[in-house]
Design a binder for this molecule. Structure first.
Ligand code: G6P
Length: 620
């Protein structure tokens, strides 16, 4: 989390930094700050609160220059105060930096720097890095090195950064180098944008969109020295490297709100298009199967797989649960779904033929990245199902499937979830066709898959009705979400959406398990949202619904069009298209996204920036 932005060139750095911080605000919005270099030296402006607060400060105290760094914070160490906001100053102003990540040994480093006379103004772990680099510089100069020579900086960075335990993405300005912007990465993403006589720096590519489409993704322990003379990439151990410039394929329209009031609503309504993009070019009619360009695993190895581990966090973990049902049903391969945060510290039995898939929208989630690395370290083929092209996980995986959902900016994941499920359907089809799934069964699946974008569009028509339902229930304090089989993960996801953006307590449960505990919560004030589309277990879920009604619990049902029975049983019914059970998570999750959205709006919550959350969790 935390967003970093930097600029060096001929334009107004302040404007570029503020625009970049707005685009990066989804990564954290506890405070924001910039440091801009001009003839007066390095000028800091920082303030607790959203980027808008920083903009107000800049209106009162403007600052101009053509070199600068900026930061939007998701607090880990230290409260959200003006002082704790980034940038931080090291030594006597020799170093000014912004940091994303967590320094685990900051307490001991801080103590040893204090003994040496360094005065700390903040309670952050980041200020330690600033003082540490300043101290290393001071040592180099004492040893006779020239403070104006770049080699001195390189030497100082080498000594200082080696002492850090944890993760960092850093953008650094040096008092004695008026034309230099330095970036350093270990565990927290950074990307350099290459313009005409200018460079941009950011935690992800969104601030670069519209400015340049040439980018260099930094690897761990790489440093970028950016100046009017050019770009130098240095690896801490391997020395100088020639930058690998890649093309960014995003356009500004993708990250603009357009006619929508929030990114979340925009992204919910983008689902017909994002599903279309996920399916494009992946259907193999001749083989009645799916095809993928980037799996990078040979067919023989794929046929040998005897177990699959799906690892993920948050909403992506819910998609993984749907994936378990899909792959086991169509490919008959046993699947384990692991929270990435648990998997990374566990030692589950895995055979030589176990394959791991890391599922992630951002491709930067720290726990998912660590799980991927752990799986690769043990020698397993490790693939990613990922949305952000060029993200760390996408680059480190052996291969994988891109979602092509376009940028997801709203903190609560919506379109990424339905695209993940779609990618998993394609994967299950592909693995199934290598095993037991017959040609006609494959063809049938394909013809249904092709309808998905249209079905999503049809489903979205429930929006007005969902808004009315939200109006009747938005003041409740507890919700239950219940579903079975393919719709159990949907119940979990529906509950997660509601808590994330409306702060209402919500629990997702397998409908039949309700009677083993959650039923005690049922009363007149607690709505139960039943995901109850048609299918073989419909009567069973209906019995669970009746159990709630018998206890006077209000019921909101998500059911299939044409279901007459449900209208008599439930207080509210949201109808969705009637599809095969394995496609139900796509059509049943959409009304739940909308329900959470409208309830949150009615409660006056900021749906795109829910409290305490961040879109991209790059710390443990
Ligand atoms: C955060 C976000 C969630 C997301 C989760 C996993 O908690 O707020 O919306 O599902 O991270 O993110 P990933 O990018 O790995 O899918």
């Amino acid at each position: 989390m935390c967003g970093i932005v930097g600029y060096i060139g001929g334009k107004s750095a302040t404007e570029i930094l503020i625009e970049g911080l707005h685009r990066l605000e989804y990564r954290g919005y506890d405070s924001a700050g910039i440091a801009v270099r001009n003839g007066d030296g390095i000028n800091l402006r920082k303030r607790a609160g959203r980027v808008g607060e920083l903009v107000k400060l800049l209106d009162e105290q403007p600052v101009g220059g053509q070199l600068g760094i900026g930061h939007t914070r998701w607090a880990t160490h230290g409260e959200t105060t003006d002082t704790n906001s980034h940038p931080h100053i090291g030594g006597n102003g020799e170093v000014v930096l912004v940091h994303n990540g967590v320094i685990e040994n900051y307490t001991s480093l801080r103590e040893s720097l204090q003994v040496r006379g360094y005065v700390f103004n903040t309670t952050t772990d980041s200020e330690v890095i600033a003082h540490l680099i300043a101290h290393s510089l001071e040592e180099r100069v004492r040893m006779g090195e020239d403070p104006h020579d770049r080699t001195t900086i390189r030497n100082a960075l080498e000594v200082a950064l080696k002492q850090l335990k944890g993760t960092y993405g850093l953008a650094i300005l040096f008092r004695d180098h008026p034309d230099l912007l330095v970036a350093a990465r270990a565990g927290s993403p950074l990307v350099v944008g290459v313009g005409q006589g200018e460079y941009y720096l950011a935690s992800d590519s969104s601030p670069l969109v519209g400015h340049t489409d040439e980018v260099v993704y930094l690897d761990d322990h790489e440093w970028a020295f950016l100046s009017p003379e050019g770009m130098e990439i240095i690896h801490r151990d391997a020395g100088q490297r020639s930058p690998s410039i890649q093309t960014l394929d995003q356009v500004a329209g993708n990250i603009d709100l357009g006619e929508y009031e929030s990114y979340m609503l925009k992204e919910i309504f983008e689902q017909p298009q994002s599903l279309e993009n996920c399916l494009r070019g992946r259907i193999d009619d001749d083989a009645a199967s799916a095809k993928f360009g980037g799996l990078n695993v040979d067919l023989h190895a794929l046929r040998q797989i005897d177990r699959i581990v799906l690892t993920a966090c948050g909403t992506s973990w819910h998609a993984a649960l749907v994936g378990e049902y899909l792959i086991e049903e169509f490919a008959r391969i046993p699947v384990e779904v692991e929270y990435a945060s648990e998997f990374r510290y566990r030692n589950p039995p895995m055979t030589d033929q176990t394959m791991t898939f890391a599922i992630t929208q951002s491709g930067e989630t720290a726990d998912t990245l660590a799980a991927l690395r752990e799986s690769r370290r043990k020698g397993h083929a490790t693939l990613a199902i990922c949305n952000v092209v060029g993200s760390t996980i996408a680059r480190e995986a052996d291969g994988g499937i891109y979602l092509h959902a376009g940028p997801e900016i709203g903190v609560a994941s919506t379109k990424a979830f339905t695209s993940q499920v779609t990618a998993l359907i394609l994967l299950a089809l592909y693995l199934g066709r290598m095993r037991h799934l017959s040609y006609p069964a494959g063809q049938r699946l394909i013809s249904q898959l092709r309808n998905l974008p249209k079905l999503a569009e049809q489903t979205l028509k429930c929006n007005d009705q969902v808004e009315e339902i939200a109006d009747r229930y938005f003041d409740r304090t507890n919700f239950l979400y219940l579903g079975r089989q393919y719709n159990f993960p949907v119940a979990l996801e529906g509950a997660l959406k509601l808590k994330e953006i409306s702060y209402i307590h919500a629990e997702g449960y397998p409908a039949a398990e309700m009677k083993h505990g959650p039923i005690a919560l049922v009363d007149e004030a607690t709505p139960s949202v039943f995901v109850i589309p048609r299918g073989s277990i419909y009567p069973k879920v209906m019995s669970n619904l009746e159990e709630v009604k018998a206890r006077k619990g209000p019921v909101i049902a998500v059911a299939c069009e044409g279901d007459k029975e449900i209208s008599a049983a439930a207080d509210e019914v949201i109808f969705v298209p009637d599809v095969e059970d394995y496609m139900q998570p796509i059509v049943t999750s959409i009304p739940l996204q909308l329900l959470a959205y409208h309830i949150a709006i009615l409660r006056g919550c900021n749906v795109d920036r829910p409290r305490n959350l961040a879109k991209s969790v790059t710390v443990e």
